[in-house]
Structure formats: structure tokens, C-alpha cells
Design a protein around this ligand. Structure first.
Ligand SMILES: C[S@@+](CC[C@H](N)C(=O)[O-])C[C@H]1O[C@@H](n2cnc3c(N)ncnc32)[C@H](O)[C@@H]1O
Length: 294
């Protein structure tokens, strides 16, 4: 089948979002749900069990937005630490993974962070957003941060978590990883996704008008050389390479792979490289910033 002039590579496709215009590259299926759960716990552990770093105190009737909530893991976890009269709302372009029966003060609805409802202006005390690096195009990041700024009440806080993307040419001792990173870069470049957003986040936040911009960076270590956390981090990150297989093969493999089994062999090779060669790591950065009071 032709796809923008390139031939798609035959494979068993996974399930993806159907939101018009969105370029999000990861699946929305049960395997991805399990990956996100493991990832939520790994990131929580990396930051000493803190899921809120912004210095915000929530009061009854305050509103909290979890943008790009997915299965709502952060929202549900956060709900356990606040007064049940705090209202938590998760939004996402796909509803497939929304929790079926959340607590009464937690709700979910379909929507894009690039275009939030007009009547939300100045209403949220906290906006949380984590891992949209494979979701938003370069100009959409500015648009999303502008929308988050708009919906925050004056004095409200945003907290963003993103990781530093893999770079090509940095893993000469890991040929499977090198090739997969090259495919990952080709895919994200072809979709104009801002995977290097974390490196530019403080400047983006400042440009929108946020103040008190702060960041905390910690390394996610990959592989059993780094203990149980290393095994979990490797599993979640191998899962990303599995998750982009369908979009890579739909795009024809970028001249780098020609069959599904070739792609699968690269992922298996990557798992082995991370298991056998110590040292692979990926920085994760938590940012927080405040909307000025006036
Ligand atoms: C990698 S998942 C992270 C989910 C969750 N934030 C977490 O950390 O567990 C990214 C999520 O962003 C959602 N997403 C992608 N584009 C979006 C957009 N424009 N607006 C809102 N959500 C979006 C995806 O559907 C997906 O659920």
C-alpha cells in the first residue's frame, strides 16, 4: 500500500489514537498501558517517591489538570495525597486507556493541550504534563505552553516532566541501539516532533511569561547492572522502540529496515546490548514554573 509515495512494510499493526491532525507516535493499547504503569513507578522512584515537585499547596475546590493523562496514573496517584475536595481532571487525545471508575473527584475527558476550552481561562491551580516529547510538533509546544499558561489561575504552577532524547552516533559499541536511534530520529523528524524539547524547556517557559522556572534532572539507568530499577527502565525504554515500530514500518522503514522481522531483531539485539554492556542512561528532567499573579 502506498503512503505519501513510500511503500509501507507489511506487519501486524498495533492500535493508535485517531485524533485528527495529532502526530503522537506511540500506541494506545494494553501493552502500552502496562509500559506506562511501569514507567510511572520508575520515575516516581527516581525522584524519591515525589510526584509533585512544584511548591503548591492545594485547597478544597482547587482544580488540577493532568494534560496528556493517558491511563491517568499520575492523576490517580496524586488524588491519594490531596483533600478529596480538590478536583482533578485528566485530558488526552485518546480515551482508550482512561480509568473506568476513578474516585469521585477525578474525571477524564478527550481534548488536546494545544486547544483547551475557552471557559477554562484562569481556573487551574496546578497543571501537570509528563512525556509529550513524542506527541507535540515544534510549534505545538509553544501553543501548548501558552494554553497551559492561559488556563492557570494567576499564581498557579505548571509541572512538566520530559526526558533527554537519544542522539545518533553516540553508541558505537551498541550497533542495534545505534540503528534504532537512527530510525527514532528519522520518524520524529518526518513528523516534526520536538523530541529535544527538554533542552529548550526553560527558554520556552520564559518566552510564554512563566516565572520562578526551576528544573531537577536525574539519570534513568538501563539494564540489570543498575539493579531492579535498571531492569524496569530498560523494559519501559525498549517498549518505546517496540511502540514506534508500526509508524516506522508504515513510513517504509526510512531506507534503514525492509521487513518487520529485521526490526524485531534490532529490538532483541538492543535488549541484549543493554543487558550485557553497562552504562546506558537517559536523563529525565522535571520542570516547574509559576504564572505571575499580575
Ligand atoms: C507517553 S504518554 C504519557 C502518559 C502520562 N502523561 C504518563 O506520564 O503516564 C503520552 C500521552 O499524551 C497523549 N497526547 C498526545 N498528544 C496529545 C495532545 N495534543 N493533547 C493531549 N494529550 C496528548 C497521548 O495520547 C498519551 O496518552
Amino acid at each position: 500500500m502506498a503512503n505519501n509515495g513510500v511503500s509501507r512494510i507489511e506487519h501486524a499493526p498495533r492500535e493508535y489514537h485517531e485524533y485528527p491532525g495529532a502526530q503522537y507516535a506511540l500506541p494506545t493499547d494494553d501493552a502500552e498501558h502496562q509500559r506506562l504503569l511501569l514507567q510511572h513507578n520508575s520515575i516516581k522512584s527516581l525522584f524519591d517517591n515525589r510526584i509533585l515537585l512544584a511548591p503548591v499547596t492545594l485547597r478544597p475546590n482547587d482544580r488540577v489538570l493532568d494534560s496528556g493523562a493517558g491511563p491517568g496514573l499520575w492523576a490517580l496517584d496524586f488524588a491519594q495525597s490531596v483533600d478529596p475536595a480538590v478536583h482533578i481532571l485528566g485530558i488526552d487525545i485518546a480515551s482508550r486507556l482512561f480509568p473506568v471508575s476513578p474516585p469521585q473527584n477525578v474525571a477524564f475527558q478527550v481534548g488536546s493541550v494545544t486547544n483547551l476550552p475557552p471557559d477554562w481561562t484562569d481556573t487551574f491551580t496546578l497543571v501537570h504534563q509528563r512525556l509529550l516529547m513524542l506527541a507535540l510538533q515544534i510549534p505545538e509546544w509553544t501553543q501548548a505552553l501558552r494554553e497551559i499558561y492561559r488556563v492557570l489561575r494567576p499564581g498557579g504552577w505548571v509541572q512538566l516532566g520530559e526526558s533527554i532524547a537519544w542522539f545518533e552516533g553516540e553508541y558505537p559499541d551498541k550497533p542495534c541501539m545505534e540503528k534504532l536511534v537512527s530510525l527514532y530520529r528519522s520518524l520524529t523528524k518526518s513528523r516534526n516532533l520536538y523530541i529535544d524539547c527538554a533542552s529548550h524547556m526553560p527558554a520556552l517557559l520564559k518566552e510564554i511569561g512563566f516565572i520562578d522556572i526551576q528544573a531537577e534532572e536525574r539519570p534513568l539507568l538501563m539494564g540489570k547492572w543498575a539493579g531492579a530499577d535498571g531492569v524496569a527502565n530498560a523494559t519501559t525504554n525498549v517498549g518505546v522502540f517496540r511502540g514506534i515500530k508500526t509508524p516506522v514500518l508504515e513510513a517504509g522503514g526510512y531506507g534503514k529496515v525492509t521487513t518487520e522481522s529485521e526490526y524485531d531483531a534490532l529490538v532483541e539485539g538492543l535488549e541484549k546490548e543493554w543487558e550485557e554492556i553497562p552504562g546506558t542512561k537517559k536523563e529525565f528532567v522535571m520542570f516547574w514554573a509559576r504564572k505571575p499573579i499580575n
